[in-house]
Ligand binder design. Structure first.
Ligand SMILES: Cc1cc2nc3c(=O)[nH]c(=O)nc-3n(C[C@H](O)[C@H](O)[C@H](O)COP(=O)(O)O)c2cc1C
Length: 212
């Protein structure tokens, strides 16, 4: 068995305590995201998205967060993909952000719904022609017999759309995750990390420290 025992950092970072926390988790998220950007974390908006289907099969993959506000967290994908099938079945998902340079993790859990068509259209329209063609050409999560099939579909779309704009295909668009739980984790010395969970209770967010 490959031994990875020598990996693992001692996290010598400042504490996270109640006085540092904003009352409202979206604001707390924003403050940590801005810090991650300033700290030049690689792809600060990259996150793991976990889904579960009706057979309790859990799956996770990396995604890019594109927008967030008090309504929730928005990402874009193919509506016929594996994740889309799971989201359609259970509407449940979880996000994890990991910012290694700051030793910070954020977990978010909640219900997911499709983003309204107007906002999906707006986002698609803003993408480069190459990204639009790639979204149209790829039958995400389906078996692909060889790469040439995808490349020729992509080239054909590029050719056909040279002098015209492309509209969003119905099988591609955004999702909105509406959180009911946030957890902020700060790596600390001796594995005595700081963790705070925000849980929604009606209109209020209740904050508790968790054991590491
Ligand atoms: C850093 C990173 C960001 C990604 N962002 C997205 C994204 O925003 N949307 C997307 O559909 N796939 C994205 N992917 C690809 C997904 O991880 C995944 O391969 C794809 O969505 C298919 O997943 P599924 O088969 O579970 O549906 C990203 C991959 C990486 C490594």
């Amino acid at each position: 068995m490959t031994n990875l025992n020598d990996f693992g950092n001692e996290y010598n970072y400042p504490p996270l305590d109640v006085p540092h926390l904003l009352e409202e988790p979206f604001a707390q998220f924003e403050s940590w995201l801005l810090h991650a950007i300033q700290n030049q974390e690689i792809e600060p908006n990259a996150m793991t998205l976990a889904t579960v289907n009706k057979q309790y099969q859990v799956s996770a993959r990396m995604m890019l967060l594109k927008y967030f506000d008090k309504n929730g967290f928005v990402f874009f994908s193919n509506y016929l993909s594996r994740k889309a099938a799971a989201l359609e079945e259970t509407k449940q998902s979880a996000l994890v952000f990991w910012w290694a340079k700051s030793a910070r993790q954020i977990r978010i859990e909640g219900n997911v719904e499709k983003l309204d068509e107007k906002h999906s259209d707006q986002y698609f329209a803003k993408r480069s022609k190459s990204s639009q063609c790639a979204a149209l050409a790829s039958q995400q999560s389906e078996i692909l017999a060889n790469k040439e099939i995808l490349l020729s579909r992509y080239q054909q779309l590029k050719e056909e759309s040279k002098n015209k704009s492309l509209s969003r295909p119905p099988h591609w668009g955004g999702y909105l995750l509406k959180p009911n739980l946030f957890e902020f984790w700060q790596g600390r010395p001796h594995r005595l990390h700081d963790r705070f969970v925000y849980q929604r209770q009606e209109e209020k967010w209740i904050i508790n420290r968790l054991s590491p």
